[in-house]
Design a protein around this ligand. Structure first.
Ligand SMILES: O=P(O)(O)OC[C@H]1O[C@H](O)[C@H](O)[C@@H](O)[C@@H]1O
Length: 265
């Protein structure tokens, strides 16, 4: 297959449909039947399914599919703030904005799009956004579904007026699991974390892995590039890997201009 045939193939694998809130969604499909659904509202991934049609992302049964509410589920884009540590509303404004499809994004690594269904989204600040966060930026998000069903999110933040600014970004991901008591997380051992259930007090993770017996709400600092979420009952492991992010967990001290997350099974 030559390059233009490959590009046409990828376009065919990305279909635009209307979401429940009337806003466009892009459905990505790979040749084996796996799929992902991305809403222009918030640039939020709302669904990621295996080639067997199993949903891998959780959406709350109480989720509200009506703007300005962000849908509680899938993968929310938190930007330019994570949590409530800054002056903006919880998790920043990007999750409540309507993004556009970027038909002509600056090139990424040429190998990045091979054998993948993908879509490029773009968010620019509105006049209202600039009043509460006076920084001119372009936020480009690529969502890719690979031939083997892995999901990759690549974010690129561009400062378009050269005046420096800092920001924080997170992919707030709701994984679908069988039961929280069946889940174990590896990759956070020995890290410090801020405990949101203890007024953000700082502790050090002592266990070999993390299991859950009660509510847990923490921000791990200087996290490693790979974290594994084991679901024993479903016999499924989510492997979350990242690149280009020096510190994913320290609100207001991360300055990446480009990074990616790869979610694979
Ligand atoms: O309710 P939201 O604004 O969507 O935030 C959902 C959750 O986000 C983060 O994980 C915070 O640490 C939690 O405290 C919060 O409950």
């Amino acid at each position: 297959m030559n390059n233009s045939e490959a590009a046409a193939d990828q376009k065919a694998a990305a279909e635009v449909t209307k979401g429940r809130n009337g806003i466009d969604q892009i459905v990505l499909r790979n040749s084996r039947g796996a799929s992902a659904r991305v809403s222009l509202y918030g640039g939020q991934v709302l669904s990621w399914k295996t080639d067997q049609g199993e949903e891998l992302l959780f959406t709350s049964s109480k989720a509200i599919f009506r703007p300005p509410n962000p849908v509680r589920g899938g993968i929310l884009i938190c930007f330019p703030q994570f949590g409530n540590s800054g002056t903006l509303e919880q998790h920043g404004f990007a999750r409540k904005k309507t993004w556009v499809i970027d038909d002509d994004p600056p090139p990424l690594n040429p190998n990045d799009s091979s054998a993948k269904a993908y879509v490029d989204l773009l968010l620019r600040p509105s006049e209202e956004d600039l009043k509460i966060w006076p920084h001119s930026f372009e936020f480009r998000l690529r969502v890719c579904l690979s031939a083997d069903g892995n999901l990759t999110l690549v974010s690129r933040i561009r400062n378009i007026n050269c005046k420096p600014f800092s920001f924080c970004i997170a992919y707030h991901t709701y994984f679908a699991i069988s039961d929280i008591s069946e889940v174990r997380i590896e990759g956070l051992e020995t890290l410090d974390y801020l405990d949101n259930l203890c007024q953000k007090e700082r502790f050090t993770e002592q266990g070999h892995s993390l299991t859950f017996e009660s509510e847990v709400d923490r921000v791990y600092l200087s996290s490693s590039d790979a974290v594994a979420v084991f679901d024993h009952k479903r016999k499924r492991t989510f492997l979350v890997t990242k690149g280009g992010l020096p510190d994913v967990g320290r609100p207001f001290f991360c300055f990446p201009s480009f990074f990616f997350f790869l979610f694979n099974l």
